[in-house]
Ligand binder design. Structure first.
Ligand code: ACO
Length: 453
């Protein structure tokens, strides 16, 4: 099959959120820390009636309906998530309910997990399947869904703005896609690190070394970019530089790291002496190329200078893919794909022929840089139709903002419920749009029950 890639996309995120400037006040941190320091505007979170499974059910049902895809036409479903609901039973099996009801149980695939990278692993499994000899001509479906606490509400003050985030997102895969993979040009960096991990199986909270995780992220970015350039150059016979890509989309724990990452790539091009680098960039960043790796990750002067040099290109090539991550917070496995959905939303009419670089990072650590080639496509699988169905502006506008006190109360309920059984959730689903799935109860054998509004 030719041009294997993404044909259709849908995004679901919870309709409850809190503004970051209100959180700054509530947490007692200095004004601007979350909004300017981390670059975040708003944070989404689930209420007690939603979880990764309900969001997955909502997103998959909506995608099938809106693109009029017959559930029997799905031959593979992969889920990327780092939210543990069950140590054995995959999230994918919960989502099978939709397909079983339509008489389709012939669907390969299970869950992929490694921090925020699971969605990318799931995506590659689907793309590789469509490109393989075992492909049976049907669509592949990828679901990325997470809902997770970064820090305990009581401990989060002064340390983080991203406490709880969540979202379900899914994509259908097949040939002749408007979002096609350049499968030959991808490079990974995988290594052992304790930057962010969840060793306590009784808790949903991670152990995080924030500063180390930032350095690991940037190191993995450098390594993947180097690998990508080498593969491209070997296959194409000419040098690759940032000038060869129209957009850059990053895994986005918070926007400041995205700004630093793009600036890092600009510095990498200067250090590789890429022919597209102009004199002024060489002059400003050249002196830093003598730093060794460690020094260059620690240098505030380099960080500042490269961000300043990168700013005009950042506005053009990165900014369009930052909307949803800034409005929702870190979405773990869904983060990179929410950023990509932002690009489709902002530029859907002018993406024909464009190349998009994607950088996926999952702590622990696993990372890949890959690229996509976009074409307008044909309805219903066209970029303008995907943008219409994503309907991002409406989804963002119709959210309900909660007071910090209510948010913290909700976090306490969820914390108490984590890993629990024998409970019934709130009967109040007034904030959910019709068609949304929600959790009704968990019985004495931990079995979970869902209903559709
Ligand atoms: N106005 C403007 N800027 C401010 C203000 C203010 N009032 N206060 C702080 N800042 C700036 C700081 O200067 C700093 O900027 P810099 O990054 O350019 O140095 C930034 O805000 C953050 O401030 P810190 O004091 O470093 O904040 P903190 O100690 O809370 O650490 C961190 C931030 C490390 C990101 C933390 O939130 C964390 O551990 N997050 C989770 C780990 C993470 O997301 N890692 C990313 C990859 S792994 C993954 O995806 C989970």
């Amino acid at each position: 099959p030719q041009n294997v890639g993404i044909l259709a996309m849908e995004i679901y995120f919870p309709p409850t959120c809190i503004q970051q400037d209100i959180l700054e006040n509530f947490d007692g941190v200095s004004k601007g820390k979350y909004t300017i320091g981390l670059g975040q505007y708003c944070m989404a979170f689930c209420s007690e009636v939603e979880d990764v499974i309900s969001m997955g059910l909502t997103a998959v049902t909506s995608l099938l309906e809106k693109y009029e895809i017959d559930p029997k036409q799905i031959g593979r479903m992969e889920v990327g998530s780092e939210t543990v609901i069950d140590k054995s039973k995959s999230i994918k099996t919960f989502l099978m309910k939709i397909f079983e009801d339509c008489g389709n149980t012939d669907i390969e695939g299970v869950d992929s997990t490694n921090a925020c990278y699971g969605g990318t692993a799931a995506l590659f499994n689907c793309v590789n399947w469509v490109e393989s000899s075992s492909w049976d001509g049907r669509y592949g479906l990828v679901v990325t869904t997470d809902s997770a606490n970064l820090l305990r509400p009581g401990l989060c003050r002064g340390t983080s703005s991203t406490n709880r985030w969540s979202r379900g997102c899914c994509y259908a895969h097949g040939p002749d896609a408007p979002i096609a993979f350049e499968s030959k040009f991808r490079a990974s960096h995988m290594a052992h690190a304790y930057d962010f991990y969840k060793p306590d199986l009784a808790s949903e909270y991670p152990v995080v070394d924030g500063k180390l995780s930032q350095t690991c992220y940037l190191m993995a970015l450098d390594s993947c970019y180097k690998g990508y350039c080498q593969k491209y150059e070997k296959l194409q016979g000419n040098q690759f530089s940032m000038a060869d890509a129209d957009y850059f989309v990053f895994h986005s724990p918070y926007n400041k790291l995205v700004q630093k990452s793009f600036a890092r790539l600009v510095f990498d091009d200067v250090a590789r002496n890429a022919s597209s680098v102009d004199e002024s960039a060489k002059e400003k960043l050249g002196p830093f190329t003598s730093l060794n790796g460690d020094e260059s990750y620690q240098s505030r002067d380099l960080e500042k200078a490269s961000q300043q040099v990168a700013k005009p290109e950042y506005d053009k090539k990165v900014q369009p893919g930052t909307l949803i991550p800034k409005q929702l917070g870190n979405m773990y496995t869904a983060s990179l794909y929410a950023a990509f959905a932002s690009l489709i939303h902002n530029k859907s009419g002018s993406l024909d022929g464009k190349r998009v670089m994607m950088f996926s990072y999952g702590s622990g650590l696993t990372a890949t840089m890959f690229s996509l080639r976009l074409t307008e496509g044909k309805a219903p699988f066209s970029l303008p139709n995907i943008a219409k169905i994503l309907n991002i502006e409406h989804k963002l506008k119709t959210r309900t903002e909660l007071e910090p006190g209510k948010f913290v109360d909700l976090m306490h309920v969820m914390e108490h419920r984590y890993g629990g059984k024998d409970y019934v959730t709130s009967k109040d689903t007034s904030h959910l749009a019709s068609g949304t799935y929600y959790l009704t109860h968990v019985d004495s054998k931990f079995r979970r029950y869902y209903a559709k509004k």
